[in-house]
Ligand binder design. Structure first.
Ligand SMILES: Cc1ncc(COP(=O)(O)O)c(C=O)c1O
Length: 393
């Protein structure tokens, strides 16, 4: 054969040897074939398990999907290219056979608001909002609006309200609505919403599950009834995650429970320390008896309260907060959370920037609010960095 032909084919498509790799390899193939065309035909027809085209399924992503479905105790999962792609896909799966209306929590990640109001509502999906921690208000809105879907975050961003998922699942099921839960902040170590009656669970894999600041990804985990719809959406709309990101996420998840335990312990210590700090006006962390959702916390959280702490800096405005961020030497002042390194975020500047100041005020997100995601470092070092940064305010 000529060099041009050998360059394309030589050495490629070797059958795996009998040796079994200790981790799932990165399958960078966009399509797959079999010894016989008949077999490929059966795989396309879904009469035989297998892979044919990467948008329909990829062995690396399938490994990740099985892993996350196991952690969340679901029927199966779809790995998506981002947390937002996962939320979009979960909402489409929830609404396929239901009224095209969403009743969503008032405290949500900023981009989730925009997904509802700028993407779904213009397509004819009606979106209403309710305080998801006020069960009477939710019951009233469900019976008046008859929504196709309820959308909530287990622990809300950034004010850390804890939704009564078990009660919300009863209300949703009673009204024939789907309960979709963004479980990014809680992670399956703290709460598994499908066990409490939710229908679909979403994660931004970018955060605690991947955990190292090197992946953008999302996942939807489904109960039995929505699984086929979810997979069909994956095949047709194609929001799927690439194999390399799936590999990195699987690698990250191996240490996720250990990291999360440490991050929760660090966050709790930071919250206690910040509550005593004279320059801090208010701390948001759900470990206090006085927390507005203490009853849900006692029922749903396992003595771990999450790795996120929010706090308001006394007498600080936008200028003082930006200067404080510039003084940090260890804590990473970047937009994300859940990584091994401690991160700090200014919601007004990033996660909740697109929301109008009036709406932010109604949500209780003030100009002096900061949100910390505790990493796995020694907590004294995190405190020392915050101390020197706060000293200049
Ligand atoms: C609670 C929550 N849900 C969803 C998302 C979106 O995830 P991604 O950035 O991976 O699209 C984020 C991102 O910060 C988030 O905090």
């Amino acid at each position: 054969m000529k060099i041009h032909t050998r360059a394309v084919h030589a050495g490629d498509r070797k059958k795996p040897s009998p040796a079994i790799p200790v981790t799932t390899p990165v399958y960078m193939a966009s399509s797959f074939f079999y010894e016989t065309a008949e077999e490929l035909d059966r795989v396309f027809a879904r009469e035989q398990e297998g892979y044919c085209y990467a948008r329909y399924g990829n062995p690396t992503s399938a490994g990740l999907e099985e892993l996350v479905a196991s952690l969340e105790n679901g029927r199966g999962a779809l790995a998506c290219a981002s947390g937002m792609a996962a939320l979009h896909t979960a909402l489409l799966a929830a609404l396929t056979d239901r009224a095209k209306s969403v009743l969503a929590a008032t405290s949500l990640y900023g981009a989730t608001f925009n997904l509802l109001l700028q993407v779904l509502e213009p397509l004819g999906v009606s979106c209403q909002f309710v305080d998801a921690c006020d069960l009477e208000a939710v019951a009233e809105a469900v019976s008046r609006r008859r929504p196709g879907c309820l959308l909530v975050e287990t622990i809300s961003n950034p004010l850390l309200r804890v939704a009564p998922l078990d009660r919300l699942a009863e209300l949703a099921r009673g009204a024939g609505a789907a309960l979709v839960v963004d479980n990014t902040f809680a992670t399956p170590l703290l709460v598994r919403p499908l066990e409490l009656g939710a229908h679909l669970v979403v994660h931004s894999l970018t955060k605690f599950l991947a955990g190292h600041g090197d992946v953008l990804g999302g996942v939807v985990v489904s109960d039995d009834t929505h699984y086929e719809t979810l997979r069909a959406l994956g095949r047709t709309a194609g929001p799927v995650l690439g194999p390399f990101e799936s590999y990195l996420t699987m690698r990250g998840i191996k240490t996720f429970p250990l990291r999360m335990e440490r991050q929760c312990a660090n966050a709790r210590e930071l919250a206690a320390w910040l509550r005593r700090h004279p320059r801090i006006e208010r701390v948001y962390y759900p470990d206090e008896a006085a927390h507005p959702d203490a009853a849900s916390v006692a029922r749903l959280l396992p003595g771990l309260y999450g790795a996120i702490v929010s706090f308001e800096v006394r007498d600080a405005g936008r200028g003082e907060i930006l200067a404080l961020l510039d003084r940090l030497k260890l804590i990473v002042p970047a937009t994300s959370l859940g990584d091994v390194h401690t991160m700090i975020l200014y919601p007004v500047m990033s996660s909740h920037r697109e929301i109008s100041p009036r709406q932010r005020e109604r949500m209780g997100i003030r100009d002096n609010l900061l949100r910390i995601s505790a990493g796995i470092e020694a907590v004294e070092d995190i405190q020392a960095d915050l101390e020197q940064a706060l000293a200049g305010v």
